[in-house]
Design a protein. Structure first.
Length: 293
């Protein structure tokens, strides 16, 4: 089934004290110059200059609010409740789109309007926006649900756009989740069909010490374990063990007096052995899916 019409795209930006990045984020959305755009900003009552920046862009926003919320998932759900696009997504205030992103996504939607979501590659960048690397290693951008359930989350959220019709069936974000709400959503959405891999680099995601991914530590691991159990039926998966061992190794490296080099080497070897298990779930040791031969 092909679709010739251009979809309306709703972008939700949740933000809390991200004023130093917010302007670039919003500008990157508007720079797409896409006529069927709905831009929604949900601010968690920031105490920095975020509200002033939002007000600068108010004429370009379909809706914005600055008020307390129950966390990122709650903020995004507020935006989803107001979004009316055929495609919906959220773009965190510290991330940004690359030129031509919407063109690539629209073509993907027109090629397969029944896909539950559309995902592309992205850039990993530092605080200043300097590129570290592409997110997907060459030749690994594909979708395999088993690799996602039993392995690692290989979907880059800023580069993913959701089919609103499917989202209405799958449900919005689980507000009880704080670290892996996107992982849970990809797994729920992919029950309704095969996601579409967009052959383009769509967004940049910042990596710096203050992000939730960097600071979540073992609380994040436990949440990811619960998500994996919810979708796999197993209390532990190889992917979650890999997340755990990676976090454990970082912790051990911080306290070498308690965790000697030989022990840290044992963690590394255990991680390598566990990563090898991912191949039975159509993923490589790095967690990215293997394309069918």
């Amino acid at each position: 089934m092909n679709c010739n019409h251009n979809p309306k795209i709703s972008v939700i930006t949740p933000s809390l004290n991200q004023g130093r990045y917010l302007r670039q984020c919003l500008a990157s959305v508007l720079a797409q110059e896409y006529p069927l755009l709905e831009l929604i900003v949900i601010d968690g009552q920031s105490s920095d200059d975020s509200v002033a920046i939002i007000q600068e862009y108010a004429n370009h926003l379909s809706y914005w609010v600055s008020e307390p919320d129950q966390g990122q998932s709650d903020a995004i759900n507020k935006g989803l409740a107001r979004a009316t696009g055929d495609l919906v997504t959220w773009l965190n205030a510290d991330d940004y789109y690359l030129p031509g992103t919407f063109e690539h996504v629209v073509r993907a939607y027109q090629a397969d309007p029944l896909a539950p979501f559309y995902f592309g590659d992205g850039l990993r960048v530092d605080e200043s926006g300097k590129t570290i690397a592409n997110f997907f290693p060459p030749g690994t951008q594909a979708f395999n649900r088993q690799a996602l359930v039993m392995g690692l989350n290989y979907i880059l959220q800023p580069s993913a756009f959701i089919n609103r019709a499917i989202l209405d069936h799958a449900g919005h974000l689980d507000t009880g989740l704080h670290y892996g709400m996107d992982s849970d959503l990809w797994l729920r959405l992919s029950q309704f069909g095969k996601p579409y891999a967009v052959p383009a680099t769509l967004a940049a995601t910042r990596e710096y010490p203050a992000t939730k991914t960097a600071t979540g530590s073992f609380a994040r691991i436990e949440e990811l374990r619960q998500i994996a159990e919810r979708h796999s039926g197993f209390p532990m998966t190889p992917g979650v063990i890999c997340y755990f061992l990676d976090t454990l190794l970082r912790c051990a490296e911080q306290y070498p007096q308690s965790f000697p080099k030989s022990y840290r080497g044992d963690i590394t070897r255990f991680w390598q052995k566990t990563a090898e298990l991912l191949q039975q779930y159509n993923a490589g040791p790095d967690g990215f899916p293997r394309k069918p031969s």
